[in-house]
Design a protein around this ligand. Structure first.
Ligand code: PLP
Length: 455
């Protein structure tokens, strides 16, 4: 018998009842969103046409450390939470490492990822405000799937603009969304002015998240009773995702486990931010120290090769400007297989933490990510999402370093989702046809050229 169970489950009544706002503890606060017209910080009234009122309050709040999770959201969470923290005994054995590896698994719901944690919160606040529906974009399809589930639960209309390359590559995700009652449009589309403009400028483009965001915002603001919701990047999303980190911390505390290294994949930063927030809070307050590592694809390296400047959150330049690590709003990454990690920017909270050197970042190439994914699937059983597999890659690398040095480090990583809808990517890998795309300096320069110059 092992002392620590393979899966550490919390009881239902041990599930956290509040989200934690790490900004309250940050010494250097993330820079405010700027109004694209006036370049002044966005206030409550500026954001009201686009977002739900309660979510704007969360977005703008840099000081309140805890937010109560409404009862209705807790009820929904109970369908699939608390999620397990798994001790990767089988992976440790396969690697022959003295490191102890844990992963927090967020794929145990039909949408298959952590995104449901914020989708249900955003749908709840929209419903409470008496809205008819919400619009959004989706890249790989996980966010759209999560949102369509959440909207059907609360009886809200759900319009999804899906990045064209995913729309074509992932017809089953599209059908899941439609099954839950959402309407799905490939982006760029002819149904918005910004979509038509982008199509004219870049005929044949397979789309990007930034471009789909522009379309969804336009769709929301041009109809009465609709608001726009976003699955990542924003501080409100990161706040909702802290349920991941709070549960992880509670489960570790239950067995007096202290992690040395915490690893997560970073697209817009929501799962990573949510996982690390409570640990980062301790680190900032000087109560504990952790190595925290963000992992991004080498094909879309916003933290490791981007610039820390104000940039538009979307390609159409209709959204606010955020100060973040960015590759430029016009950066269109090569068609890699981790659709959830193709965003040009990064959460302004994580950007500030990274700028303050409270967090590290590494980029990894796609074939090595799939090497790790397959190795993990074969020993741990779970088929990981390509996005999540970025974290697996670095967890394995860190565990192998421990093998060399003999250190018994404790590694925790976020396993954000399952890969059932990513079998085309696995097929490419299994056939030996997967290629790595790393942007050249010239490719990056093209993206940087689209960053606005501010006085
Ligand atoms: C969307 C997604 C991500 C990346 O988004 P973040 O906001 O950076 O967390 C990672 N993993 C999965 C499975 C996703 O669906």
């Amino acid at each position: 018998m092992k002392e620590i169970p393979y899966k550490i489950y919390l009881e239902e009544n041990e599930m956290p009842k509040q989200w934690y706002n790490v900004r309250a503890d940050m010494k250097n606060k993330p820079s405010p969103l700027l109004n694209p017209a006036t370049l002044k910080p966005m206030g409550f009234e500026d954001l009201r046409p686009v977002f739900c009122d309660e979510l704007i309050k969360q977005e703008l709040d840099d000081t309140t450390p805890f937010f109560d999770i409404p009862e209705e959201i807790l009820d929904f969470y109970k369908m699939y939470r608390p999620s397990p923290l798994v001790r990767a005994y089988f992976l440790e054995k396969a690697l022959d490492t003295p490191a102890k590896i844990y992963y927090k698994f967020e794929g145990n719901n039909t949408s298959g990822s952590h995104k449901l944690n914020s989708a249900i919160a955003q749908a709840y606040y929209a419903k409470k405000q008496g809205l008819k529906g919400v619009t959004t974009e989706t890249g790989a399809g996980q966010w759209g799937t999560a949102l369509s589930m959440a909207c059907s639960y609360f009886g809200l209309d759900c319009e999804v603009y899906m990045v064209k390359v995913s729309y074509e590559q992932k017809p089953f995700r599209r059908e899941v969304m439609r099954t839950y009652g959402a309407s799905v449009t490939p982006s760029p589309s002819e149904s918005t002015a910004v979509g038509r403009k982008i199509l004219k400028e870049f005929p044949g483009t397979t789309g990007s998240l930034g471009c789909a965001i522009s379309e969804a915002v336009e769709a929301a603001t041009s109809k009465v009773g609709y608001r726009y919701v976003l699955g990542s990047v924003l501080s409100q999303v990161l706040l909702h995702q802290t349920i991941i980190g709070l549960e992880t911390k509670a489960a570790l505390d239950k067995y007096q486990i202290k992690p040395d290294i915490i690893i997560g994949c970073a697209g817009g930063g929501s799962n990573l931010g949510g996982l690390i927030s409570p640990f980062m809070g301790e680190k900032i307050r000087g109560e504990a120290d952790y190595r925290i590592i963000a992992v991004e694809p080498a094909s879309c390296p916003s933290l490791t090769r981007g610039k820390y400047v104000y940039d538009f959150c979307d390609t159409g330049m209709v959204c606010p400007l955020a100060k973040m690590y960015t590759l430029g709003n016009g950066f269109i990454p090569s068609a890699n297989h981790a659709g959830g990690l193709r965003y040009h920017g990064m959460s302004s909270i994580l950007s500030q933490l990274y700028a303050d050197k409270l967090m590290e970042a590494v980029s990894v190439e796609q074939t090595q990510v799939f090497d790790a994914a397959v190795q993990f699937a074969r020993v741990e059983g779970t088929l990981p999402a390509p996005e999540s597999s970025h974290a697996i890659r670095v967890a394995i690398d860190e565990a192998l370093k421990c093998k060399e040095t003999g250190e018994e480090k404790t590694i925790v990583f976020g396993l954000t989702g399952t890969g059932y809808f990513d079998m085309l990517a696995y097929e490419k890998y299994n056939n030996g046809e997967m290629r790595d795309y790393v942007p050249t300096e010239e490719d990056l320069a093209k993206g940087f050229a689209t960053i606005p110059t501010l006085q």
